[in-house]
Design a protein around this ligand. Structure first.
Ligand SMILES: [Mn+2]
Length: 340
């Protein structure tokens, strides 16, 4: 883990000069974004007596994470002012915050900013960039920063940060779960992180609409000649299941479970865009590179992209010779994408 004492001191020097600190995580927030946002917010509140701390996320917090402390304080708008110090969390690029168009000034030298992230594609857009690609989650970097600065870790803060560690490692199951991750988990548990609360809310709770949506994902899986397990979800599927786009999170791991595949992909329609989520279990496949071909990015084993457009179903037919001599041939239908 590679942030130095100098870097953490420098970051804190900027924070102390703020009139106000605005913490911002990426839009469509996941557990790591929310955990880092809330954990950082609580840490700052306890160390900054006279400086206001604002928590910002452009999109609503998914119900899954509503159990976290202070979640009701997250705002979806902010009037940025001179003297604000920005802390960006888990956001690889300015556009992922959703603020780059309406508030481009916060990404310029007019504002002091700190960028805490673990995505290797991070464009280092802030004044101070605490970017650690070896970290499995942004929450781990917040833990290191807090420990370097000697900030107190309460049970609430540890619960927020452990949520990010758990979600970005798929419950400590992904290949990014290093010894360092387990050390961080132990460190957070010692500070009173409420592990079972997280497990229950994040990994053992699914609404009926989520289960119905995932049912469609699983039903629509098809396998390609290139070794991909692919599923597709249309706006119609979202509507029929009553699920929001965010409820698709996690379904990819089941698509990725088909044995012998090189990669898995879920395509989903959302408001004139098609989002692609890519995963692989293999060391010789780089899905970040695949996502890059569609102007996306991410990690070697988990990546994504977003294109404008919609999904068009396509059916491919293939004649295969029958092993059984009684019947002359068998026609196999291979739906490539969702047929609804
Ligand atoms: Mn993350």
């Amino acid at each position: 883990m590679s942030i130095s004492k100098q870097e953490s001191d420098l970051a804190f020097a900027h924070i102390k000069q703020a009139k106000r600190v605005v913490c911002v995580c990426h839009r469509n927030p996941d557990g790591d974004a929310i955990g880092a946002l809330l954990g950082m917010g609580l840490l700052l509140e306890s160390v900054l007596q006279d400086i206001e701390v604002v928590l910002h996320c452009l999109d609503p917090i998914p119900d899954t994470f509503k159990f976290l402390p202070n979640v009701q304080l997250v705002q979806d708008s902010c009037a940025f002012q001179k003297g604000d110090v920005l802390i960006f969390l888990d956001a690889a690029e300015p556009k992922l915050t959703g603020l780059d168009r309406e508030h481009p000034e916060i990404f310029t030298e007019a504002f002091s900013s700190i960028n805490i992230d673990h995505h290797p594609t991070n464009s280092r857009y802030a004044t101070i960039n605490l970017v650690v690609p070896e970290a499995a989650s942004s929450c781990e970097i917040v833990v290191v920063l807090a420990d370097l600065l000697g900030w107190e870790m309460t049970s609430d803060i540890a619960t927020c940060l452990l949520t990010g560690v758990y979600t970005d490692t798929g419950g400590l199951l992904h290949s990014n779960t290093t010894a360092g991750v387990y050390r961080t988990v132990a460190r957070l548990l010692r500070s009173g992180a409420r592990q079972q609360e997280i497990v229950k809310a994040v990994f053992r709770t699914a609404s009926l609409s989520t289960l119905r949506l995932w049912g469609r994902v699983l039903e629509n899986i098809s396998l390609t000649d290139e070794g991909g397990a692919i599923s597709a979800i249309t706006e119609g599927d979202f509507k029929a299941s009553g699920a929001h786009h965010s409820q698709l999170t996690g379904a990819i791991d089941y698509v990725n479970a088909v044995p012998g595949m090189r990669f898995s992909l879920i395509l989903s329609e959302r408001g004139g865009m098609v989002k692609g989520s890519l995963r692989t279990l293999r060391d010789d496949v780089d899905v970040a590179e695949m996502a890059g071909k569609f102007s996306g990015g991410g990690h070697k084993k988990a990546a994504g992209f977003s294109l404008s457009g919609s999904l068009k179903p396509e059916v491919r037919w293939k004649v295969v010779e029958s092993a059984n001599e009684d019947s002359e041939r068998v026609v196999v239908e291979e739906p490539l994408a969702n047929e609804k």
